[in-house]
Design a protein around this ligand. Structure first.
Ligand code: GCU
Length: 441
């Protein structure tokens, strides 16, 4: 009896320890939303080199610090695009053209960009809208952005081909490629303001991001990244591109196509993205200098938000949930943000002196609006060194529906949740008008 009692007591003690450990584990994985607990890290100065020298001229920025930071972001975070990617020679095929789209205001064109001769291999279906009034003599500036659910979600027009999606045919089964459902038509229309973009004299090009790489751990094998896996290792090297790198590469391919369209002013192409695609837009803006303007919407962790602030999503949370987004080297910074040799303000600084707009939403705490603002502010010294007006405010502006700090680094925080709204598009258009010297601005 006494032995049994002791065993029971020991079993109970073990159970209590296990449950305490589980609770601690769950708690340590709970997001912090308390400003008092974000950690006290001084912001990193983009104008101090790795060996502690102060950068004081645009020349030193361009020759020393810019390449140094770029290399760090490439090898430690987003992954570098392998040289062999240059061997991919995309071909274009116009699938459809409607010269009377949007009630006659626009030309709508669908172009398949093929990355390989294999009909089953990755390809990107680009949906392009051109304002009818644009011409080779008066070409339109353009927005390029990836969409989440397929081109048919962007506008209810039944003429848009249904895209492909990646879902599981049943519980526990692997994901498969399907044609998107009819009922998905127009479901993301509120995020794309297509008619407004055309009315303001801009072109738009968009593609489904999963055309380039399906967004799940293992999607690699259906992606452009796998096209380069010639040694059959089944994964890129630890410093080579993750899915975000692949999506950013796809944005450059959309830009290549726009360069062939006489009605588009390829010197005035803005890249825009929301959330994980906002992270992608920032990275695309860094590695693709042909993008003249960059917009990140609610991009949060891995985007505009400072990683060193422990608020909302953290590097560890992101790495665990989405191990395929960034390069394998980035995994070592999970829950070790202080070890990062850079922070996201320095990513934004790499876009300088080109205009960049960071947009937050006040209910989108997971993306850490304050961290996004500080990311924008922390890029300011570089923008000023390069002769621009940087970010025109020092304090986070008040939340407002139509607010916009419209300096070369732009910032906006609107009321509401994680989303892209028609008001956001007004802000993007106002920002682009100013910096492209377009429209009435
Ligand atoms: C998740 C993820 C974010 C990402 C977002 C999105 O919330 O944690 O990092 O930005 O999805 O892409 O919608």
């Amino acid at each position: 009896m006494r032995t049994n009692a002791r065993l029971r007591a020991a079993a109970m003690a073990l159970a209590m320890i296990a449950s305490a450990a589980a609770t601690a584990g769950a708690q340590s994985d709970q997001a912090n939303y308390d400003e008092a607990k974000v950690g006290n890290f001084p912001p990193l100065d983009p104008l101090t080199t790795a060996d502690g020298k102060k950068v004081t001229t645009p020349e030193t920025w361009g020759k020393v610090r810019w390449p140094e930071l770029l290399r760090l972001f490439e090898t430690e975070m987003y992954g570098r695009i392998p040289e062999a990617a240059r061997s991919i020679r995309p071909t274009y095929q116009v699938r459809s053209e409607d010269s009377n789209a949007l009630g006659g205001k626009a030309i709508r064109r669908e172009v398949t960009i093929r990355f390989t001769s294999d009909p089953e291999g990755p390809r990107m279906d680009l949906l392009v809208y051109l304002p009818k009034r644009a011409s080779a003599a008066a070409p339109a500036p353009a927005f390029v952005g990836l969409n989440f659910g397929g081109n048919q979600t962007v506008d209810p027009d039944p003429g848009i081909a249904l895209g492909r999606t990646w879902t599981r045919p049943g519980k526990g089964l692997p994901r498969e490629r399907h044609t998107a459902a009819e009922k998905s038509r127009g479901t993301a229309a509120s995020r794309w303001a297509v008619e407004r973009i055309i009315d303001r004299g801009y072109a738009l090009a968009t593609a489904h991001y999963e055309d380039i790489e399906p967004d799940f751990d293992g999607g690699y094998r259906y992606s452009v990244r796998a096209l380069l896996d010639r040694d059959g290792k089944g994964r890129p090297a630890p410093d080579e591109w993750g899915a975000i790198g692949a999506w950013a590469w796809g944005l450059s391919r959309a830009l290549d196509y726009l360069e062939t369209v006489p009605e588009v002013d390829a010197n005035k192409v803005a890249v825009m993205g929301h959330s994980r695609l906002g992270k992608t837009a920032l990275w695309a803006g860094v590695i693709e200098r042909r993008f003249a303007l960059v917009i990140s919407n609610n991009s949060g962790c891995g985007g505009a938000a400072l990683s060193r602030r422990i608020f909302g999503e953290t590097v560890g949370r992101m790495n665990r949930s989405f191990p395929h987004w960034l390069c394998a080297n980035f995994q070592k910074y999970s829950d070790r943000e202080a070890d990062l040799p850079f922070d996201q303000n320095e990513l934004i600084a790499l876009i300088a002196p080109r205009p960049v707009l960071v947009c937050s939403a006040d209910e989108d705490l997971w993306a850490d609006p304050k961290g996004e603002f500080l990311g924008a502010l922390g890029a300011d010294p570089v923008y000023r060194l390069l002769g621009t007006d940087g970010l025109a405010v020092r304090q986070m502006p008040r939340t407002s529906r139509d607010g916009l700090v419209n300096s070369t680094i732009g910032y906006r925080i609107r009321p509401g949740k994680h989303d892209v709204t028609p008001d956001d598009w007004e802000a993007y258009l106002n920002f682009a008008d100013r910096h492209f010297h377009h429209g009435s601005q």
